[in-house]
Design a protein around this ligand. Structure first.
Ligand code: SF4
Ligand code: SF4
Length: 375
């Protein structure tokens, strides 16, 4: 059987020595995989899924319905992918397994619904709400601007994500950026890609690329790390596609160009790294660099942070693929925050913000944190 991203899979997987770095981290004393923490079996780890992929390639899987559980019991945090010393491409490999399970019809109905919603309502989570931007933001079609802010589908369905996206726009306006948004922004397709419905994802990716190119914008700013990493890793972007920036990176550039300044934050706070940055793009230093402008001595790191950070549970996909795993992971991370004694948590992703809200501390997403500090 052939898997979509097959190049050298067999060589790599045969090189897996079951070192379990994808389970216990490089020192062997950490929990890095929420799925193994809950189910306590190697099969549920990145390495375990790699061996399932090898079995698929070698036609050794007899009952695909039995494979669906370990394949979908995963938050897609990417910790295994970033830590594997053999550099097995566990991200694409898990996606490929999901695609086969999806095509064989063993995908949970709750996940299939995300694809159906995307096709019918252009949003995996149901009907989109109207996005009303702050005054001064241009809207395409009708108006043009050099910098497109891609709001992400959460900003059009979830109240907190909407407030966070509005804060991004206010910061860009304050810095004098010629910013536009799309009136009818299509979802980037990331949740549907993770269901295994590759065909629907591909159609959606084409639509997003075409729509953005038509705006004539020179650059695209994205705050949602899921959208950002999907553009970077899963789209076939044409050479003349606008430059893509993570919001945090873009703000740092604005600071360095003296277009915006921030006051110091007075209280101590902690920070939860978004997996899509800490594990996928390895850019988690960018957040620490930003905090150096708002008073780095106020940041009190969590025990697991940066490259070794732990997942929030991923509300974009895990509640639909494995609700028990979502609740378990969210609770593990919340307990880590509570036990650290921090009273303020800063997140840098609308999903992490949603998953980690708790009465024991105050949660604030990065754009709102920064907006409150503009000089
Ligand atoms: S970290 Fe890589 S080599 Fe080690 S067990 Fe996991 S998949 Fe195999
Ligand atoms: S992506 Fe995360 S949850 Fe899934 S197998 Fe890898 S470490 Fe475990």
């Amino acid at each position: 059987m052939k898997l979509r991203h097959q190049d050298n899979y067999e060589w790599y997987i045969n090189s897996c020595n079951r070192c379990k770095t994808c389970v216990h981290g490089p020192e062997g004393d950490e929990s890095v995989c929420p799925s193994v923490d809950l189910y306590e079996m190697f099969t549920y780890s990145g390495g375990g899924k790699a061996h399932l992929a090898l079995a698929a390639i070698e036609e050794r899987i007899k009952k695909w319905e039995d494979i669906a559980d370990p394949v979908y019991s995963c938050t897609f945090c990417g910790a295994c992918y970033s830590l594997c010393p053999v550099t097995i491409d566990l991200y694409d490999l898990i996606l490929d397994l999901r695609e086969i399970v999806f095509n064989k019809g063993y995908t949970p109905a709750s996940l299939k619904k995300l694809s159906e919603n995307l096709k019918k309502k252009d949003n995996p989570y149901g009907k989109k709400k109207k996005f009303i931007p702050p005054e001064g933001v241009k809207i395409y079609p009708g108006e043009k601007g050099s910098t497109l802010f891609f709001t992400g589908c959460q900003a059009r369905t979830n109240r907190d994500a909407y407030e966070s996206a509005k804060a991004v726009l206010k910061i860009l306006l304050k810095a004098g950026v010629d910013v536009i948004i799309l009136k009818d922004e299509p979802c980037c397709g990331s949740p549907v890609l993770e269901t295994g419905d590759y065909k629907t994802f591909k159609t959606q990716a084409h639509k997003v690329i075409k729509t953005i190119k038509e705006t004539g914008a020179e650059e695209v700013v994205i705050h949602c790390p899921h959208g950002y990493s999907t553009f970077l890793f899963s789209y076939d972007l044409p050479e003349d596609f606008p430059e893509i920036y993570l919001f945090a990176d873009y703000v740092k550039m604005l600071i360095e160009d003296n277009k915006i300044k921030f006051k110091k934050f007075r209280d101590k706070f902690t920070f939860h790294d978004p997996c899509r940055i800490s594990h996928y793009t390895d850019e988690s230093d960018i957040f620490r660099e930003l905090f150096s402008y708002t008073g780095k001595d106020k940041l009190k790191e969590l025990p697991r942070h940066g490259k070794e950070s732990y997942c929030c549970g991923n509300p974009f996909i895990t509640p639909y693929s494995d609700k028990k795993l979502y609740e378990f992971t969210t609770s593990e991370r919340k307990n880590e925050i509570i036990n650290s004694g921090n009273e303020i948590l800063v997140t840098a992703c609308p999903g992490c913000n949603q998953a980690l809200k708790d009465d024991s501390y105050t949660t604030i997403d990065l754009p709102l944190f920064l907006l409150n500090l503009i000089k």
